[in-house]
Design a protein around this ligand. Structure first.
Ligand code: E4P
Length: 241
């Protein structure tokens, strides 16, 4: 199985004709957070970008190598070059030192050239900064294994991020396009529910959102109640008053 095949074609199960349920990725370059979420058993992959890596104040390649030791799923690593030639060169380097790397390429004319070149060489690409269904369609047709529509940034300018996911999912379904939809720029737990309902294959979440997803005030209240009541359970050898 080629490097690209490992990442492509997961959208539908050809046998059961059903789409895999929504997978959870962590959107960060923080290795402690990645280790923590991996230990929960829910981590299917990681997405990074230059801003997230810069926040860690560490050498790019060093961080990616460390992430790859923790997460065995796809790790999106964004190129820094702005021209196709540079993007392709960076992409080829990344997959040399990170086995499960997915090269993250920004949408655009240069991006499309790079997606086409890399995917023709079986190197999986995640097209980032997708803000329209047309961009998603072009990236998929150029060969991207993944596309990342940015919900939160659309919501920020009063456009509906969730309906973009829904439009792309419908187009991909209608035309049997295998490219997976990564709902990105997720800002809150409701976004995750909405994108899961509207056909995203993956939700890439900041750590804060995953923590919020774990919690519910009634869960905390229930745990506290059980803890208090557990103190009333007689222990062996205790005499009843
Ligand atoms: C996606 O891959 C990006 O890294 C990320 O989701 C961007 O999110 P932001 O809009 O919160 O920066």
């Amino acid at each position: 199985m080629s490097h690209l095949q490992r990442f492509k074609g997961f959208r539908r199960d050809p046998e059961r004709k059903v789409r895999e349920s929504v997978k959870i990725y962590l959107d960060t370059a923080n290795v402690e957070d990645i280790r923590e979420v991996a230990s929960w058993g829910v981590l299917a992959g990681v997405t990074t970008n230059p801003s997230l890596v810069a926040k860690e104040g560490r050498v790019y390649e060093e961080v990616i190598r460390e992430i790859a030791e923790i997460c065995k799923g796809p790790i999106s690593v964004e190129v820094l070059a702005l021209d196709a030639e540079g993007m392709v060169a960076e992409g080829r380097e990344v997959v040399k030192y990170c086995d499960n790397a997915v090269v993250k390429i920004p949408m655009g004319r240069e991006g499309l050239k790079a997606i086409y070149a890399l995917s023709s060489d079986d190197i999986p690409v995640n097209t980032t900064l997708i803000f329209s269904a047309n961009q998603a369609l072009l990236a998929a047709r150029a060969g991207a294994a993944y596309i990342s529509p940015f919900l939160g940034r659309l919501d920020d300018i009063s456009e509906d991020g969730v309906s973009l996911i829904s439009d792309i999912a419908e187009i991909f379904e209608t035309h049997a396009i295998e490219t997976e939809i990564i709902a990105a720029s997720i800002r809150h737990p409701l976004h995750v529910i909405e994108v899961a309902r509207h056909g995203a294959d993956i939700a890439t979440c900041p750590m804060k959102v995953l923590e919020q997803m774990c919690e519910h005030p009634l869960t905390s209240k229930g745990i506290e109640q059980f803890r208090r009541d557990s103190e009333k359970i007689p222990r062996p050898g205790m005499t009843k008053n």
